[in-house]
Design a protein around this ligand. Sequence first.
Ligand code: EPU
Length: 302
Amino acid sequence: MRIDNPKIVAALPELGVELRSGCALAELTSLGIGGTTDLLRIKKHEGIPDLLDLLDAHGVPHRFIGGGSNLLVGDGELPWVVLQLAKPEPEVVIDGTFAQVDAAADLGRTVTFCAKNDLGGMEGLIGVPGTVGGALRMNAGAYGMQIGSYVREVKLYRAAGRKIEILKGDQISFEYRHTSFAPDDMMLAVKLELPSKPFKEILAGIRICNEKRRSSQPLGQKSAGCIFKNPPGASAGRMIDELGLKGLNVGDARISDRHANFFVNAGSASAKDMLTLIADVRERVHKAFDVELEHEVVVWNA
Ligand code: EPU
């Protein structure tokens, strides 16, 4: 979708918004899949309510993207524009055992920056691609930890109230890969409270998690992490593996040989290829195990 209304284009600079015309979302997602649309890069949080009022007044549909690492975007010209926060300087400010982090901050860089300040707890998230905002919205977790445990405050734009609000940690529920945020809430910043630990100890934990991840996940390939959530008490990856489906492909969309819940883009897969593969695997798992796998990856298919 293109923003060609001169009234919108003229209003953007004052709102701290940069318009990038005709962006290929394949370049903004870790899967390397996704069609084309206009991208609005937001440089100041305060301009967001007016920006969204402006887009709504002119009937311009929009979606928010974080780091694009857990996202499968449809092919072709997309029927909405995409909003993304620009990275501020600095991304993280430490105050005692608190870390004030911008939602656009890179998750891995945040984990290491906190570690260098003797703040641990997030070792498991090392190697998870994406932004802190995306991790927060999905309650990203690995190796027995989840980011929600450390959240004390969240600054967000709430589409329901059309304004920026601050929520306390205990006003938000964090479950397995799920939070109580509304789908159109936009994460802006988070205050984390992290356990104090010597840097060396945190680094040792980071190394262990890195090693585990490297040995079990296809890190060098284009993927969106795990495609399906684990059903209660079971592992989606193990079930797909037991069915002998590693290597199964639709075009360049392929089930990783290393981890069966990672579906990789082995070249120039389309969203259609990936969605066909996902549907096929869901059906096979359902037939074999009588389990309906739920998507963990967020799908934006028009
Ligand atoms: N397994 C297989 N074959 C496979 C993959 C896994 O037999 O192809 C077996 C493993 O041997 C293990 C069990 O299944 O016994 C669980 O596998 P793993 O430890 O790799 O964990 P997972 O349940 O597949 C979850 C998260 C990952 C997270 C890891 C580490 C989900 C859907 N996945 O994977 O998160 O990194 O644990 O904590 O919750 C993600 O969210 O995108 C993600 C990758």
